[in-house]
Write a protein that binds this ligand. Sequence first.
Ligand SMILES: Cc1cc2nc3c(=O)[nH]c(=O)nc-3n(C[C@H](O)[C@H](O)[C@H](O)COP(=O)(O)OP(=O)(O)OC[C@H]3O[C@@H](n4cnc5c(N)ncnc54)[C@H](O)[C@@H]3O)c2cc1C
Length: 448
Amino acid sequence: MINIAPKLSDQEYEKNFAELHSPMSKNSAIAESNRCLYCYDSPCTKACPTYIDIPAFIKKIATGNLKGSAKTILESNWIALTCAKACPVQVLCEGACVFNEKGEKPIEIGRLQRFVMDKYFEDGMPKLFPPAAKNGKNVGIIGSGPAGLACGAELALLGFDVTIYEAKEIPGGLDTWGVAPYKVRQSDSLKEVKLVESFGVKIITKTRIGKYISFEKLSAKHDAIFIGIGLGESFDLKIEGEDLKGVVGALEFIEEVKKEKWSSVNVGKRVAVIGAGNTSIDAATEAKRLGAEQVMIIYRRSRSEMPAYEFEFELAQQDGVIFYFQTNPVRVIGNSFVEGIECQKMQMIEPDEKGRRRPKPIPNSEFVIPVDMVIKAIGQQTNISFLESIPNLKIENGMIVVDLETYQTGNTKVFAGGDCINGGKEVVNAAYDGKRAAHGIYKYLFEE
Ligand SMILES: Cc1cc2nc3c(=O)[nH]c(=O)nc-3n(C[C@H](O)[C@H](O)[C@H](O)COP(=O)(O)OP(=O)(O)OC[C@H]3O[C@@H](n4cnc5c(N)ncnc54)[C@H](O)[C@@H]3O)c2cc1C
């Protein structure tokens, strides 16, 4: 990159990457939990993809029973600290809180859950879940993201021997390597890894299945397999100039930021992020917080089709990110290094078969935006190469097909969950899938 943004001071980095939501004090947590109406039909619980009994855990905070509160949370969700900090609560539990209807502030469920989980980890993870006697079966899990960890925890407590195989050196999946550090730090994610390990789950890192161990060999070693491999690399833009220095994938960039060695991450003075999903917003806000002078999000559709959540959009705007809607990149310009991006203006026309309005280029509307760095954030592809060797496993639109009751794939011995079956949702969905799949595996090995 020719124009690297000047480095900031350590204090500036720490300020820029400070947590978005501060922890609650004990007094505030008790006061907030006493505000809860403990609704008989608890809409918040229904809106939680893991169905945490939210009124029950909040009531236990109010009565000072924090261990009991942690137990209620963990019974539904093994990835509860990350979820407390990173869930889009505005559209889930807090969005469903009855106080919204009254025009009042919803209960701060995310921060209350974080209060409980922080205390649970501070207290050294008190033993709340006695494992069942060993059942003589063993399961291999591919991937240590939230889906793999949740599946491993649940299986271990059901009496299975569990081994998780992880490609990376540090486990935790995107909680460790993707979710913005101002929401979740690596250290938070690693606490959850430790919790799962405390149940006896073995995690073998630096072991990519399909490369170092074939699926066939793995399958021969275990009574059942769970696949929780998430998604793969960022999609290419497929335009001229994409191979210039300074064009990077969003995940590649975000992974560097997650290492929390802020000053060693080079960011351009002017950065264009292509795409307008939640990952694009993260890449853009992180570039800005690293000191980029100008960050632009370039999106070919209009604001109303933008996949990013409204609150993420607002966060990026507050950070000074500029949005170019109905703008399609057609060429990256430069001479070995990126110097600009040529774009074309788009008009929105009638919807496609999915009901989404389509963008159509406006003739002779090309213009060039001078930039020093381009971040590709138009989605991720499933890493399906090794999956193709699994007999009867069905893949549709890049996603593994499972029975949504049992999480069993077309191969009866193989189960799957998380981003690799849903195309990329949230941590909480992966946590739910992993837990449910563990019961699918139990049923397959003991009840069928
Ligand atoms: C940039 C970014 C920001 C996000 N921010 C949020 C957020 O704020 N809130 C939220 O709720 N969700 C967020 N998400 C989504 C969330 O991170 C994912 O939905 C969730 O992590 C999916 O979990 P998973 O276990 O399915 O996959 P992953 O977390 O991707 O974990 C998969 C694991 O499998 C490993 N693996 C892959 N292939 C192999 C193999 N062949 N052998 C061995 N190991 C393998 C990978 O190394 C990885 O560790 C974000 C996603 C991204 C990309």
